[in-house]
Design a protein around this ligand. Structure first.
Ligand code: SF4
Length: 242
């Protein structure tokens, strides 16, 4: 009698892809160091001092703008904060303005009710625990209402010059498509980039990659035909100009 085939002996679909469904072509798990260096050399040559697009005048207005920017465009946030900051640009002024007026100013932005609450609560906490100043510490920032790791990283980078990398939806996509830092979660991509990006480029990597994702390596269809790193990027199929 023939021995029964154990499940361990059965052919694995992973090991033997069906001829009808060929295994998906993937690039290298990670890019070679020389390729990474060349990618950032090109970003730097084109834009040596990249800037974020949220309007602000100091760490506090930046913090508020970043808190407001979740699930909203920078253009929409800037439109709202121009009027808001004209009335209140410090924690004390924001608390005096009050939640109702803040809500009125930001009602064109998604999740505005919750964000108005958070702006007031974080302002109160800054006054109570930090003398009205924004603390230059990611851990302290993450304890503020409405502030997560991504927001804290943006503030640490832009306001305090730290080489932190805030992974938003654009950066997550670019990190995976380029295989600069493939990862299933924003944190995995962030930690991957911290390892991969050469130290001298780390301070600006955040803005280069976000702007690249927003304007070139776009979500639905990347503009590979006008991408300055197309010859270094393993993503396939590349798009062509129409
Ligand atoms: S080649 Fe295409 S997929 Fe790769 S980074 Fe450029 S735009 Fe994105």
């Amino acid at each position: 009698m023939a021995a029964r085939q154990s499940s361990a002996d059965k052919p694995s679909p992973d090991k033997k892809p069906s001829p009808k469904r060929p295994a998906r072509k993937r690039g290298p798990a990670r890019l070679p160091a020389a390729t990474v260096e060349e990618i950032f050399r090109r970003f730097e040559a084109r834009d040596p001092e990249p800037k974020g697009e949220l309007e602000h005048t100091d760490p506090y207005t930046l913090l508020v703008a970043v808190v407001l920017s979740a699930q909203a465009t920078d253009v929409g946030v800037n439109k709202a904060t121009r009027k808001l900051f004209a009335e209140a640009s410090t924690p004390e002024e924001m608390v005096a303005l009050g939640e109702d007026r803040v809500r009125e100013h930001i009602k064109t932005i998604g999740l505005f009710r919750n964000k108005a609450k958070n702006v007031i609560a974080l302002s109160e906490k800054l006054i109570a625990e930090h003398g009205g100043a924004v603390p230059p510490s990611r851990a302290a920032l993450e304890l503020l209402p409405g502030v997560g790791r991504k927001t804290a990283n943006v503030v640490m980078n832009t306001a305090f010059g730290e080489p932190t990398i805030a992974v938003d939806t654009h950066l997550f996509r670019v990190g995976n498509r380029t295989r600069l830092a493939p990862g299933k979660t924003p944190l995995a991509v962030e930690l991957g980039l911290e390892k991969t990006v050469p130290a001298r480029y780390r301070r600006h990597a955040h803005h280069w990659l976000i702007l690249h994702g927003r304007y070139v390596c776009k979500a639905r269809k990347p503009d590979c035909f006008r991408c300055l790193i197309a010859d270094l990027c393993p993503f396939e199929p590349k798009t062509i100009a129409v």
